[in-house]
Design a protein around this ligand. Structure first.
Ligand SMILES: [Zn+2]
Length: 565
């Protein structure tokens, strides 16, 4: 029986209301326990002078699957940038903005993260996504299947057949071993097949439904089950000047729908890209204040930031038309992909330049949001890795959120447009370690519904995922904060020490979390008839080759989602 004692650390465990208390953490058999059986026989970590938090939880990072791999192929120059030879227990690493699977697992673990959500799994290529997730060491993970541009979804929404839609969604989440419903530019990716895009209330070509109809119907379908997570929405018009009005209207689409669990009814992702004012790139400005105001006044919405890291990265999204726009804007290399009947994707390399007025204002928006939204439980730190920047940049963002001085220093170095077109300069708020612990683990765990499954907290019975940062809870120097969060002194994953003094010392395999919505049999039989017909008539694969089998999830953690009462 392996026992571990973490002594004398200053603990931040927001879900359990622990706000910087000096206390010991007891671990046995991979779980947090009340007390040890044999204190003298246990391994002891002295965390004096350190900050102790639950393992980090990332609610939105593109780390695995077809488009991520295409990004690696498209950018050999990025691969070389992150090159690290085989060392110690670590396999070779490549990539900076699109790291290989090994680098992904190691780098997250070094930052004290132990769970990551891959937020865009095309159902048809779910196997590929799971193969890469299994190949990503240490961290636990899950994936959200893209369900919104799917022909079956469009058909049931058009026919207003919401019972069948909910059964279809249940089948799809089970078939892909997914975690919930992902929506990306609803209707727009289907429209892109005809070189078009969709606004929130524009009909999707040939379907006579609008993106708003799709979002509303899928929110209802989600709440028919006790799903741990709400719908996870990348809305329409991402990255377009003036899109903040669409964003506010998108928030309203699900207002009044009641959630089946104690949580939001819509998680809107990488919201930075949806906070834009102006009519063109010339008069582009931040509308983060408007978005923050809505989030402050309403309880049904949560967000992740999609905050910009200045520098080079790779953008990749199922939002094909958006990537085409970006390609036209930058003239850089571009690749585009259609996933039959379901979704698509595009990839374009991108440089967020501190000399560019638009990029500089974009950079302020993620920070403005984190500071203007009063309740940190509604906010998750993210860069929409790698779209607004690679996840390895999180410590830079943390240091800026904790230090007005650091923000002011950077604002002097970026384009002066930030002083006229963003409110960041006028914001004095500095987040403390408690609030950082919320937006980097506790809120993400609650928003994803993972807190009920041992993640994001250090209560008795939780997974023994612990990050120990070598920094005093009284430290305020931004450089020291950044260094501490980049390389944890210790990371413990399910009771095993995986990082010591910023180095990987063990590489256990992580688990795959997925949800099984429990639909009525008669309804499922009904929907199967439609699914069988669809596969016969349109798909290039047979139905029997479609669902993900056991071999793709060797370490499963299954969450049952019964019909909601
Ligand atoms: Zn994303």
């Amino acid at each position: 029986m392996a026992e571990l004692l973490i002594k004398n650390g200053v603990v931040f465990d927001p879900i359990n209301g622990v706000k910087g208390e000096k206390m010991d953490i007891c671990i046995r058999d991979g779980k947090i326990v009340e007390s040890l059986h044999d204190e003298h026989g246990a391994r002891v970590i002295d965390a004096s002078g350190c900050v102790v938090m639950p393992g980090g939880v990332d609610a939105h990072a593109h780390i695995a699957g077809g488009k991520v791999n295409a990004g690696r192929l498209l950018r050999p120059e990025d691969g070389r940038r992150g090159l690290e030879p085989k060392r110690g227990v670590c396999k070779p690493c490549t990539g900076y903005s699109v790291p290989n699977t090994w680098a992904t697992g190691y780098r997250y673990a070094k930052m004290g993260y132990t769970f990551v959500m891959e937020p865009a799994m095309p159902p048809l290529t779910a196997r590929h996504t799971h193969e890469e997730l299994v190949d990503t060491p240490i961290i636990d993970k899950a994936a959200l299947p893209l369900i919104d541009n799917n022909w079956m979804t469009l058909q049931y929404v058009r026919d207003e057949n919401y019972e069948m839609l909910s059964a279809y969604v249940a089948w799809m989440i089970r078939a892909t071993r997914g975690y919930g419903i992902k929506i990306v530019n609803p209707g727009g990716t289907e429209a892109w097949g005809f070189a078009k895009n969709c606004g929130l209330d524009d009909p999707v070509p040939h379907w006579d439904v609008t993106p708003a109809d799709i979002i509303r119907a899928l929110a209802h379908a989600n709440e028919r089950y006790e799903m741990p997570h709400s719908i996870h929405v990348h809305g329409n018009m991402l990255g377009h000047p003036g899109n903040y009005e669409t964003t506010l209207r998108t928030f309203d689409v699900v207002k009044g729908i009641s959630a089946s669990m104690q949580r939001q009814t819509m998680h809107t992702t990488h919201i930075q890209f949806f906070c834009y004012g102006g009519t063109s790139w010339k008069d582009f400005e931040s509308k983060a204040d408007e978005i923050a105001k809505y989030v402050n006044e309403n309880e049904h919405i949560t967000i992740d930031l999609g905050s910009i890291i200045l520098g080079d990265t790779t953008t990749m999204t199922a939002d094909g038309p958006m990537e085409y726009t970006l390609y036209r804007l930058t003239g850089r290399k571009w690749t585009n992909h259609d996933v039959e009947l379901e979704t698509g994707a595009g990839i374009v390399p991108f440089l967020y330049s501190s000399r560019n007025p638009v990029h500089s204002v974009q950079w302020t928006i993620g920070l403005e949001l984190a500071l203007l939204i009063k309740n940190p439980w509604k906010v998750v730190l993210s860069t929409d890795h790698p779209n607004a920047g690679p996840f390895i940049g999180y410590p830079i963002l943390i240091s800026m959120l904790m230090s007005k001085k650091r923000r002011d220093e950077v604002m002097k170095e970026v384009h002066p447009a930030v002083f006229d077109r963003s409110s960041l300069a006028s914001i004095d708020r500095e987040l403390d370690f408690h609030e950082i612990a919320i937006i980097t683990r506790a809120s993400a765990a609650k928003i994803l519904g993972l807190h009920n499954h041992g993640k994001g907290h250090l209560g008795v019975g939780a997974d023994a995922d612990v990050a120990i940062y070598g920094i005093s809870h009284e430290e305020s120097d931004a450089g020291a904060v950044q260094r501490a969060f980049l390389n944890a002194k210790y990371t413990i994953k399910c009771g095993e020490i995986v990082v010591k003094d910023g180095e990987i010392v063990a590489t256990p395999e992580g688990r795959t979390f997925y949800v099984e919505p429990e639909c009525e049999e008669s309804l499922m039989n009904e929907v199967m008839k439609d699914i069988e017909r669809l596969f016969k008539e349109y798909y290039t694969v047979s139905l029997s080759n479609y669902p993900v089998q056991d071999v793709y999830t060797p370490h499963p953690y299954v969450i049952k989602a019964p019909m909601s009462g």
